[in-house]
Design a binder for this molecule. Structure first.
Ligand code: DAH
Length: 356
């Protein structure tokens, strides 16, 4: 049937889809509509005239061809009009909700992890007492992690069932506590110990043990080690310092209690409890009704620890302590599951006050 239509109309028909897509707004669409299906001077109007003047026997076929073409144009125009109207509506909505005089939205800010904040707090509590921060590597030697700490060859902690040894370097391991920082620091400062009048430091950091993950265990956790070396240091200094620090952390009414305990690197050794800060020692779930919670291990430096670093235990003495950071954080925030600290769910971190 197309042979009945003039060439310029056929060309206009081919060009229609592209012309339609090129209409960027309703005005352009209106102009296109006029050109194709307008009452006068349009392609459609010309086709109607053509139909009028056509010989009788052509009228049926020609009429069908013209109708098909007109319908195609009209449908295309209608669909494009709907599209352009919707786009205009969106743009209007956007324009009416956008107030350029308002300040831009504040981007979400990151924050320190709650465990890092707690370690920072500990460092700040000890800083006025002259303690600085020491660090050590997480991959340690057996010598620093065990031998220098007077830990005997047959101690169970040395077993490969408890400690991660490096497969390619069996003499290296992931440190099982922050205590090797004691050994490293003593070895380093031994020659200048007299000149500095001793040493005091805190060593916060990550430690590793072969533990299955459960609500109270993780193969990776954090400790803070504390150490002081000086002349004529005794248990009274340890107790006084811990009382000061733990009161700064848990509140001025906090009491502390020392219970004898055994660690190879201290003698005497003790475990230190604080009066439960959550129930004021009245007895609650956290302190299991006892009013006390165990918070750290401590003691006076074993002479062998000083000797290993070439320091004369007749002349120098000191104390050390080590505390578990997750344990303390769990107690303070009453978080029942250690794993929450490592999953980094933003809702948990926000609840811990880290994120705003
Ligand atoms: N290193 C011990 C542990 O991981 C904790 C500890 C106890 C550290 C007594 C000390 C200390 O410095 O004196 O269980």
């Amino acid at each position: 049937m197309d042979h009945l239509l003039p060439v310029e109309i056929l060309e206009a028909g081919h060009a229609f889809p592209q012309a339609l897509a090129a209409c960027g707004d309703l005005d352009a669409l209106l102009r296109l509509k006029g050109a194709y299906v307008g009452r006068e001077g349009s392609h459609a109007a010309r086709l109607m005239e053509l139909l009028k003047g056509a010989p009788k026997e052509q009228k049926r076929d020609l009429g069908a061809a013209i109708n098909a073409l007109k319908q195609q144009w009209e449908e295309g125009l209608k669909a494009r009009q709907a599209e352009l109207e919707a786009a205009k509506k969106n743009l209007n909505a956007l324009a009416s909700s956008w107030d350029p005089s308002l300040p831009p939205p504040v981007p979400a800010r990151g924050a320190l992890h709650p465990l890092n904040r707690l370690m920072d707090r500990l460092v700040e509590v000890f800083r006025p007492l002259g303690f600085h921060v020491e660090e050590g590597p997480e991959i340690e030697t057996e010598a620093h992690n065990f031998d220098g700490l007077n830990i005997p060859e047959d101690h169970p902690a040395k077993a490969s069932s408890d400690t991660f040894y490096l497969a390619a370097h069996p003499e290296l391991l992931l440190r099982t506590h922050t205590s090797p920082v004691q050994v490293r620091t003593l070895l380093r400062v031994a020659p200048s110990l007299e000149r500095h009048g001793g040493i005091r430091f805190l060593a916060p950091g990550r430690v590793y043990r072969k533990d299955e993950i459960d609500p109270t265990h993780s193969p990776m956790f954090h400790q803070v080690e504390g150490m002081l070396v000086g002349h004529d240091i005794g248990m009274q200094h340890l107790k006084g310092t811990l009382e000061y620090a733990l009161r700064a952390l848990f509140g001025p009414h906090t009491e502390i209690r020392l219970r004898p305990s055994y660690f190879p690197f201290v003698e005497p050794g003790c475990e230190v409890d604080v009066s439960c800060p959550l129930c004021d020692a009245k007895g609650c779930r956290v302190c299991k009704g006892s009013g006390w919670v165990e918070i750290l291990g401590a003691g006076l430096l074993h002479p062998n620890v000083l000797r290993y670093a070439g320091i004369d235990p007749e002349e120098w003495s000191g104390w050390a302590f080590g505390m578990g950071v997750e344990r303390m954080a769990m107690m303070l925030s009453q978080t029942p599951d250690l794993r929450l600290f490592f999953e980094n769910d933003q809702r948990f971190l926000k609840a811990m006050g880290g994120l705003d």
